[in-house]
Design a protein around this ligand. Structure first.
Ligand code: FES
Length: 165
């Protein structure tokens, strides 16, 4: 992923320059909208409205069509996301085995609530409902890495280190 863009203060020209290598491969191709959106999100961390406009221009679709498709899929985000994403499973098995306490501690340590991104875009904290690996409960996922209970020590070490950086 490229450096995530903040919610405000990014100029359209900067965005256009940054996205040009991606957009140029999809120009005039309305059929490649999903992979294009995935690549744009991969570069920016989320899909700002201005980026959706650029996608519409490049593909020849209307902004409404692009937004309609993007908003249909849960994989696309319309708010800034952090460089790292921590997801706490709050499904039944994880809940019983201590997920609420883990979430509370994460909120305290990171200074953000569930569903929020740190202002410096370093991290996003989310909850999910059952990741399908209940035997490992309570489960926390950092980026794509699943941490079962005995790995949680590493999570707290990582957060402590992040605070002193
Ligand atoms: S409830 Fe957490 S993995 Fe299933």
């Amino acid at each position: 992923m490229g450096e995530p863009v903040p919610e405000r203060g990014v100029r359209t020209e900067e965005l256009a320059t940054r996205l040009e290598p991606i957009l140029s491969r999809y120009r005039g191709q309305a059929g490649g909208l999903i992979p294009l959106l995935q690549e744009v999100q991969g570069e920016l961390g989320w899909l700002p409205e201005e980026a959706l406009r650029l996608v519409a221009e490049a593909t020849g679709l209307t902004l409404a069509q692009v937004v309609g498709v993007a908003s249909f899929y849960a994989q696309f985000y319309f708010q800034p996301r952090g460089r790292h994403v921590i997801r706490v499973c709050t499904g039944t098995a994880c809940h019983i085995r201590g997920a609420p306490k883990i979430l509370e501690r994460l909120e305290e340590e990171l200074g953000i609530g569930a569903g929020e991104t740190a202002p410096d875009l370093s991290v996003t904290l989310e909850t999910v409902n059952c990741l399908g690996c209940c035997a490992l409960a309570p489960v926390v996922v950092v980026d794509e890495r699943v941490l079962k209970k005995r790995d949680h020590k590493k999570l707290w070490e990582w957060i402590r280190k992040r605070r002193v950086e």
